[in-house]
Design a protein around this ligand. Structure first.
Ligand SMILES: [Zn+2]
Length: 213
């Protein structure tokens, strides 16, 4: 079984990835982990990627596809996997089809975590982080102490520039511009399942399980 998980920043994708992987015995695969592993091991693909990253350039689509291809050929990925962060574009989705076809595999489902934009903005802008130990709070769900001093390490709790209104709104715009064509592409193939990702992480997990059948 191969499942793709799409969801905006702030949708709790990390939590759901972990839960789904455990429940359906899938290997979670994210492009972030693939890059890190290849850079650490100084593989030829990793060095090629580093070449771009050290110049502040984006790793080109075709190199990302080769990195994913390499990862999907490893034994732990053959039993089924959950892809997070890939594909990001329709081109990557088409390439993924070719990569999987080599081993007679295909994408079984593309899960889209769907959250109204207003709710997402509240989630993103409500996040507060400790400057020293990176612990996370949330104004609505898990409020920080009133004095904004981290109870774990005494550090200052603050709002990351990324989470401020304008930056958060830009992150969402970028996400929507990227994801909409991709979601439509999977929709046309009859593979898209949209799940309303509202409520607690546990509730979202149940909604996903129900949607997957
Ligand atoms: Zn702290």
């Amino acid at each position: 079984m191969i499942i793709i998980l799409l969801g905006p920043p702030g949708a709790g994708k990390g939590t759901q990835t972990a839960a789904l992987a455990k429940r359906y015995k899938l290997t979670p695969i994210s492009t972030g982990d693939i890059f890190r592993a290849n850079l650490n091991d100084r593989t030829p693909l990793g060095l090629e990627a580093q070449n771009y990253m050290s110049q502040g350039l984006l790793v080109p689509d075709d190199l990302t596809v080769r990195l994913v291809d390499d990862r999907l050929a490893q034994p732990d990925a053959l039993g089924g996997c959950l892809l997070d962060g890939f594909p990001r574009t329709v081109f990557q989705a088409e390439e993924l089809e070719k990569v999987l076809a080599k081993t007679g595999r295909k994408v079984d489902r593309c899960l889209l975590l769907d959250i109204p934009e207003k709710e997402l903005m509240a989630r993103l802008t409500g996040r507060r982080v400790c400057r020293s130990c990176s612990s996370v709070w949330h104004l609505n769900f898990y409020p920080p102490p009133a004095d904004l001093i981290c109870p774990l390490c005494g550090g200052e709790i603050y709002q990351r520039a990324d989470d401020e209104e304008v930056a958060a709104s830009n992150r969402l715009k970028v996400y929507l511009a990227q994801t909409q064509p991709l979601a439509e592409w999977y929709e046309k193939k009859g593979l898209l399942t949209s799940v309303a990702a509202l409520g607690s992480p546990k509730e979202v997990e149940m909604a996903i399980e129900k949607a997957l059948g």
